[in-house]
Design a protein around this ligand. Structure first.
Ligand code: ADP
Ligand code: NA
Length: 331
């Protein structure tokens, strides 16, 4: 297959994915299927770093996979699997950890931020080595392209450094060097209540989120009570009007229309008009995704069979890479 390979994954750490995940990641993944050889994973091993309840983790893993499928990840064209079903991720991670400097791992700002917040006793070694597992996820498939948001850029940089190091020490062709696929600006979704922060499952309150599996009435309610500003003019200005600008970006993302054209339509109208129309747009667009995800969730045998098929295919690809690296390191 001559198409470049793309790999991406999300952690199963919530009941439902939110609009940032959907517009910022899932829809990009779906589009990339046209031009790339795509591999998408529910990265449940990563989620263990936050010590989830076992039955909750198992449920969220399946719900997350169901939402990938509902958004349009197509198992006929792409590989879709659960990370822990492919043991080669952990095997390669061990090798890569022996190529990772302590100082290098210690410079990862996400770990530093997290451990600063909770203190060393609240962290674990898994959180510290998380970027090494992420590098294994990527290098295992000779990935060429990784869609990343700003918060994962440093981790991808480590993956690239490790790939280069493997090639230097073990010979060219040991690992493919992954390139970032920068997520478009329009996909940056902010919290509805505090639009100066990004919409995030860990930091947003329920009212700040729009979730795929949420009841449509609750989605509409959250949009209608979104924070705006005391001016009454609908215009795009991220700094002075982060709330209105966020609503305009969401509107644009769902309708495919330019922000300027939407602004022109709402000249002389009130925030309430924009919010009410946007609620209709979002509910209409998310309803089929919601319904399809629920169908997958309610058909566990069908879902498990898709995931088993994906894991078998992913494992076959992964083993080729792992055999090559084991051989070159002397195992
Ligand atoms: P969260 O920030 O809610 O914990 P993750 O870090 O698990 O979400 O992100 C999963 C994917 O969704 C990543 O590709 C990330 O870039 C994307 N993403 C998360 N939040 C947003 C957002 N507010 N806007 C755009 N993309 C987002
Ligand atoms: Na995050």
């Amino acid at each position: 297959c001559m198409k470049p390979r793309v790999f991406s994954g999300m952690q199963p750490t919530s009941e439902s994915l939110h609009l940032g995940n959907y517009l910022g990641a899932l829809l990009q993944w779906v589009r990339l299927q046209d031009t790339h050889d795509a591999i998408y994973s529910v990265v449940d091993l990563h989620a263990l770093t936050v010590a989830p309840d076992p039955s909750v983790l198992r449920d969220r893993t399946r719900r997350t996979a169901a939402q990938y499928l509902a958004a349009g990840v197509d198992p006929e064209r792409s590989l879709l699997f659960v990370q822990s079903h492919v043991p080669q991720h952990v095997e390669l991670m061990w090798i890569l950890s022996t190529f990772t400097g302590m100082g290098e791992a210690g410079r990862m700002t996400q770990f530093k931020d997290k451990s600063a917040k909770v203190g060393e006793s609240g962290t674990n070694v898994g959180l510290f080595t998380y970027p090494v597992l992420m590098a294994a996820d990527i290098l295992l498939y000779d990935t060429n392209v990784v869609p990343v948001g700003e918060d994962q850029r440093q981790h991808l940089e480590l993956s690239r450094d490790l790939a280069q190091r493997l090639n230097t020490r073990l010979g060219e062709g040991t690992a493919a060097i992954p390139e970032p696929h920068i997520v478009k600006e329009v996909a940056k979704i902010q919290d509805l209540q505090d639009p100066t922060k990004k919409m995030s499952k860990s930091a947003s309150s329920p009212k700040g989120l729009i979730e795929i599996l949420q009841d449509p009435k609750a989605i509409a309610k959250n949009i209608k009570s979104a924070t705006t500003d005391t001016e009454t003019v609908i215009r795009y200005d991220e700094d002075a009007k982060p709330g209105v600008s966020n609503l305009l970006r969401i509107y644009s993302a769902f309708t495919g229309r330019a922000v300027d054209a939407i602004v022109a339509d709402y000249e002389g109208k009130m925030y309430g008009h924009l919010k009410s129309d946007l609620a209709d747009v979002v509910v209409e667009a998310l309803t089929p995704v919601h319904d399809s995800a629920m169908e997958w969730i309610e058909s566990p045998e069908r879902l498990d069979s898709v995931l088993a098929d994906g894991a078998a295919k992913a494992s076959a690809i992964a083993q080729v890479t792992l055999d090559r690296i084991y051989d070159r390191v002397g195992l």
